[in-house]
Design a protein around this ligand. Structure first.
Ligand SMILES: C[S@@+](CC[C@H](N)C(=O)[O-])C[C@H]1O[C@@H](n2cnc3c(N)ncnc32)[C@H](O)[C@@H]1O
Length: 254
């Protein structure tokens, strides 16, 4: 699981498959719900990956300093080579988020994370550290999967006999409720929760397999059997439609 979780090429491939075939642009949806701010704030983005949300953050908080953190140097390099990268306002940190918070003394006005918090090795501790690193009236903004996310993919993959790791399933179904909302609703002054259901439509077997091969739940042993099942599926269906359930949480401190 770990390799695919931090591999920059795998991440780019998964994003490409989702973004090309999705009905709703979830980043646009999220950043319509997040207020712009022209004050010079300190912002930290955790698990920024190849910068799909970093670009929005830069445009949303035009006078702010933004620290981008990811365990993958390759993904950070991708951001550094992007047209929106501005040396004057962006710093990058190539470090594991749990390690970062062991020594971090800096206070932020906003900490943002999309599809990454569940990679923490000690989420309860990291949530506490995040809260301590946010200034008064500051915000913690989290985006991630929940509920029936990936229901259709998981079902067809598991029909081959492959049992998807419970931990992986937890991160995209119950993690937001059990770990994040549970903590934020107790520890923050105000917690707003927004949800949207997206649908990803794959037109052929190659699209499906290429996404799967770059996911944390790929297992080559079951590939042949899955291709057989997809062949049968596409005989009577034009698209394979997968559900992505997305949650955005905006938590504010007193
Ligand atoms: C699913 S990607 C999300 C990327 C981006 N936020 C997005 O939504 O497109 C998860 C990112 O978390 C990073 N990551 C995984 N484990 C990490 C850790 N322990 N500390 C910091 N970053 C981590 C990976 O390298 C990857 O870039």
């Amino acid at each position: 699981m770990k390799d695919k979780a931090i591999n920059s090429f795998s991440l780019k491939t998964r994003i490409e498959h989702n973004e090309k075939n999705q009905r709703i642009d979830i980043n646009k949806w999220a950043f319509k719900l997040i207020s712009k701010d022209i004050r010079p704030l300190n912002i930290l983005e955790l698990c920024c990956g190849t910068g799909r949300q970093s670009e929005y953050l830069i445009n949303h908080y035009i006078n702010s300093s933004i620290d981008l953190l990811d365990i993958s140097q390759e993904s950070l390099n991708h951001i550094k080579n992007s047209s929106y990268f501005q040396k004057s306002k962006i710093s990058t940190f190539n470090i594991d988020m749990d390690e970062f918070f062991l020594n971090n003394k800096k206070k932020y006005d906003i900490i943002f994370v999309s599809y990454g918090l569940y990679y923490s090795k000690n989420i309860d501790e990291v949530l506490k550290k995040i809260k301590n690193s946010i200034n008064q009236k500051g915000q913690f903004i989290v985006m991630g999967p929940h509920g029936n996310n990936n229901k259709e993919i998981f079902e067809i993959i598991e029909s081959t006999g492959l049992k998807i790791d419970k931990k992986i399933k937890f991160t995209c179904t119950d993690f937001m409720y059990d770990k994040v909302i549970n903590y934020l609703s107790r520890e923050y002054y105000k917690t707003r929760i927004f949800k949207i259901t997206n649908k990803i439509e794959w037109k052929n077997i190659n699209n499906f397999i290429s996404y799967w091969e770059n996911s944390t739940f790929y297992d080559e042993y079951y590939k042949k059997e899955l291709i057989n099942r997809l062949k049968t599926f596409f005989k009577t269906n034009k698209f394979f439609i997968n559900t992505k359930e997305v949650m955005l949480i905006i938590a504010e401190k007193n």
